[in-house]
Design a protein around this ligand. Sequence first.
Ligand code: SF4
Ligand code: SF4
Length: 178
Amino acid sequence: MQNSSFTEAASRLCAACGMCCDGTMFQIVRMQPGEVPAELGRLGLKIRCRDGEYHMEQPCSALVEKRCTVYDRRPVRCRLFNCQQLHRLENGETTAPDAMTMIVETRAMVEQVKHLIGQCGLREDGQALVERYERVMSTPVNAALEPELLSVREELDETMRKLKLRLNREFRLPPNSH
Ligand code: SF4
Ligand code: SF4
């Protein structure tokens, strides 16, 4: 695909997706050498330090309606990241409509997971999806007293399993590339 048409198509796909910024695919984005954490912090990004290494927490506070509000000053890893769908589009291994269908279907699975997490009693709390899922699944349930809750959790577990598989196969890159 030509560079300019790829950029346009990628921009439309990302505007419908946001999953690499909103805590669906990642919990953190690592800072790179030369980046100034305080500067990124001043942009409103959630910069944290663990064992002397800085990272940004997701969901990203700069994402508003699936658009990056600090685009020109975004962290290095954000600049370098293109998901598998975008790589395939650039290489001619998928088309823009097929990539959009993949995004729409995957986002529907994310919404289903969020809905089920809500049904399990955990309200939206600004944490990454996998953290919220793990909190729900680690809360003890009395199967005799709460049989309905048990079945919602089973559905959540199954939907999350399918979502993780799809994110790994269709969106994430090999480890250490983001
Ligand atoms: S996961 Fe891919 S399509 Fe979605 S916002 Fe990120 S780069 Fe764009
Ligand atoms: S800074 Fe922008 S590109 Fe980076 S995670 Fe946040 S919204 Fe996404």
